[in-house]
Design a protein around this ligand. Sequence first.
Ligand SMILES: Nc1ncnc2c1ncn2[C@@H]1O[C@H](COP(=O)(O)OP(=O)(O)O)[C@@H](O)[C@H]1O
Ligand SMILES: [Mg+2]
Length: 296
Amino acid sequence: MPIGAGGPYPRFWATVGRRPARRRPGVIDDYEWPPGERPLRIVVVGKGGAGKSVVAATMARILARRGRRVLALDTDTVPGLALSLGAASAYPPPLAGAVEQADAGSWRLKEGIGPVRAVQRFSTPAPDGVRVLEIGDHSASGVGSVTPSVQAFYQVIHGLPEAKALRAWTMIGDHPAGPRQTAHDWAPYADTLLVIAEPTWKSALTGRRLAELASAREAAAFAVATKVTSSGDAKRVAEIVGLPVAATIPADEAVLESDRLGIALVDHAPSCAAVRAIEQLVDGLVDGTVRSVADR
Ligand SMILES: Nc1ncnc2c1ncn2[C@@H]1O[C@H](COP(=O)(O)OP(=O)(O)O)[C@@H](O)[C@H]1O
Ligand SMILES: [Mg+2]
């Protein structure tokens, strides 16, 4: 049975309680970008272990190598993006220095710190000139609270759409597993969601929920089929997730090797099949062919 919009799965609203915020147009939309120059504003979402961090980091590195200014945003309190980029995760979280306690339980950005300054001061470097902004490492903190850093991160990302000085920046966000952050607007800078899904039911059904959130938010959304081993896999992901598949990334031993060695995939195996597939995805998003596929 084809699994369409009227399929047997309950809509996600029942469990999140409210619809996600609509996407706000930002300063990026005030400017007529020459063909192929509009900066990508992307968030990768999906089930844990699907390959989100590998895809986000590899896209970020490829775009930076092409001369784009790239901000990579890790919204996972168990950080993985920095490592996939080939950088160290910053600890203690630098963003904690951006906020002060206004009153019991509430934090605000310090006087004089807006989103642009926060990115300048509190992002950390990764290879090829990529800058990384992290929500803060919960796993390493033991008893320490990540609240100040989390609060700062949320306020900073909500200022990004209007940050004129960052208008030409590519932004690539990496969300933690599952739909919660997507439901609660943790990527206001993103105009495009990439739903990363393995060709398994569990992974693709998580992707389906995320696809529904994307449509409510009025952002473009595409599925990316990962760890693909057979020719029917991408079609299956498209059917279950309910989105067009923008890229098919093969299961590639080089990805696992790079992970074992703790080396960024683009450094370890720059011409492996997985990197080539991610390059094609970047090309399609930059030149707009991925979008036009979805528009048809
Ligand atoms: N295309 C692929 N082929 C083989 N293994 C992959 C591929 N993509 C990701 N992996 C492996 O899957 C695991 C999870 O990847 P990761 O990017 O950390 O996922 P996520 O960020 O979605 O949790 C890692 O061990 C990674 O090496
Ligand atoms: Mg990850």
